[in-house]
Write a protein that binds this ligand. Structure first.
Ligand code: GTP
Ligand code: MG
Length: 198
């Protein structure tokens, strides 16, 4: 597993608290409770790495995880972004994260691509669409994980995936995924590595 050995570096409340903007970075984005932190743990094969929770709004920081350097010595990181759109998070905090995520996407030079996580049962809500549109407009590659695939039958999951796939643009791909069942893990790891090498 090329993502093995990830280590927590820091949790930032603002983008200027993130590690120095150098090397290659991939961000995990998605709606609150979609399964971002779980996906990070599954992909890095490290159970307690990112904190997960049944309660939406768990991750309220931008959390940075260092990976072993790439083959050419380039520094590599994964960033767990706060979930978007959970109503019970105070308005002020939601506004704060909206601003910071926007700044992060616009300014972060080391950002190579986005892993967008969406629950396969409710894919492509407004936030997901915005993120895909933003990525398309700025030529930032995006890999969509349709997670919690274990919650649907195989044929339902395949159907949902096929419907989503049709709506994607250039530089965008989608796959079925499940952190619990281990569906699509190898494919997702390869996709993250490909983004880091972009
Ligand atoms: P925030 O940090 O609140 O934005 O959420 P998150 O996107 O990081 O979600 P998290 O990984 O904490 O998971 C939310 C809930 O979904 C938890 O109860 C997880 O156990 C559950 N979950 C995550 N991935 C899967 C999956 O693939 N299958 C199933 N059945 N449950 C999952
Ligand atoms: Mg989280």
């Amino acid at each position: 597993n090329p993502l093995q050995g990830a280590q927590f570096t820091l949790a930032a409340h603002r983008i200027n608290q993130l590690p120095a903007d150098q090397g290659a970075e991939v961000a995990f984005a998605g709606r609150s409770n979609a399964g971002k932190s779980s996906a990070l743990n599954t992909l890095t094969n490290h159970k307690g790495l990112a904190r997960t929770s049944k309660t939406p709004g768990r991750t309220q920081q931008m959390v940075s995880f260092a990976l072993p350097p790439l083959g050419d010595g380039t520094e590599a990181r994964l960033i767990d972004l706060p979930g978007y759109g959970y109503a019970k998070v105070p308005e002020e905090l939601r506004e704060h994260w909206k601003r910071e995520i926007d700044l992060y996407l616009h300014r972060r030079q080391s950002l190579r691509g986005v892993v967008l996580i969406a629950d396969i049962r409710h894919p492509l809500k407004e936030f997901d669409r915005m993120m895909l549109d933003f990525c398309a407009a700025t030529h930032l590659p995006c890999h969509l994980l349709l997670t919690k695939a274990d919650k649907l039958s195989r044929s339902q999951a395949t159907q949902a995936w096929a419907a989503v796939r049709k709506t994607l643009g250039e530089g965008q791909a989608a796959q079925m995924f499940s952190s619990s069942a281990g569906t699509g893990v190898d494919e997702a790891r390869a996709a993250v590595m490909a983004l880091l090498h972009t």
